[in-house]
Design a protein around this ligand. Structure first.
Ligand code: PEP
Length: 252
């Protein structure tokens, strides 16, 4: 996966309500992104829809992603889904540590274990980081740095290069309060600086960075051009095939 080609992932969260709605939406996304390899596009439906959505996008350029994973490979873990199962269903990407999961108690330690499990199965982890709120003193930078540092404790440089980091400030998710292009650019530079400190410059340059938080057709082009990230993680706007396509076109 070339970092110079943007990656756009649609996170459907707990939507839609029925399998037929999911199949319909997946088919619409697939139709709009049939063969064009660039940008890279993936959709992350809820677990029960993965197989059907996988079939609907099979002949398109859209890849399959999961919204979460369990770190154990097999056994008595009621309600959980393993990396091997996701791989078997055709997933390529797995979102890990989304703030909505962290709000349910997912710790940095659990995020690390999930990242390791996913990498072991040659899936690409999309690790979400981001602060709850911004403060005048800039303490939020320290918060993001701690989340990155936690990953660096267990991932050597060669492995870190395979990880995608999604910067998703919690205050921007689902609120309509998009970060400004300056906020995004500043965080892109900050994350690269932290990764350079934790690893080295080639590793920092190899890690793909996404922005997520109220990305819409109207702000995608500016965020992409000036924010200097390598793509987007899109929530709400990925539930409308036209809006999602407009975001894809904005970075094409
Ligand atoms: C998300 O949930 O990852 C997200 C970015 O949501 P939204 O685009 O709706 O803010």
């Amino acid at each position: 996966m070339k970092r110079s080609v943007p990656l756009i992932i649609g996170n459907w969260k707990l939507n839609p309500i029925t399998l037929s709605d999911a199949a319909y939406l997946a088919s619409a996304v697939a139709r709009k992104h049939k063969t064009t390899p660039e940008p890279y596009v993936a959709i992350a439906p809820p677990f029960p829809y993965l197989a059907e959505v996988g079939k609907k996008i099979a002949k398109s350029a859209v890849a399959l992603a999961a919204q979460d994973v369990h770190y154990e490979p097999i056994g008595p873990f009621t309600g959980e889904v393993s990396a091997a199962q996701l791989k078997d269903l055709g997933a390529t990407f797995v979102i890990i540590g989304h703030s909505e999961r962290r709000a349910m108690g997912e710790s940095d330690a659990v995020v690390r274990k999930k990242v390791q499990a996913v990498l072991k199965h040659r899936l690409t982890p999309i690790v979400c980081v981001g602060e709850r709120e911004r403060d005048e003193q800039g303490n939020f930078f320290g918060f993001v740095e701690a989340q990155l540092r936690s990953l660096a404790e267990v991932l050597p440089a060669a492995v870190m290069k395979k990880v995608v980091i999604a910067y998703e400030p919690i205050w921007a998710i689902g609120t309509g309060n998009t970060a400004t292009v300056d906020d995004v650019k500043e965080m892109q530079l900050f994350i690269e600086t932290v990764l350079t400190k934790l690893y080295d410059r080639p590793t920092a340059k190899a890690v793909r960075l996404l922005y997520g938080g109220s990305v819409k057709p109207g702000n995608a082009a500016a965020l992409h051009a000036e924010g200097d990230m390598n793509g987007f993680l899109v929530g709400g706007a990925s539930l409308k095939a036209d809006d999602f396509a407009a975001i894809i076109n904005a970075v094409s």
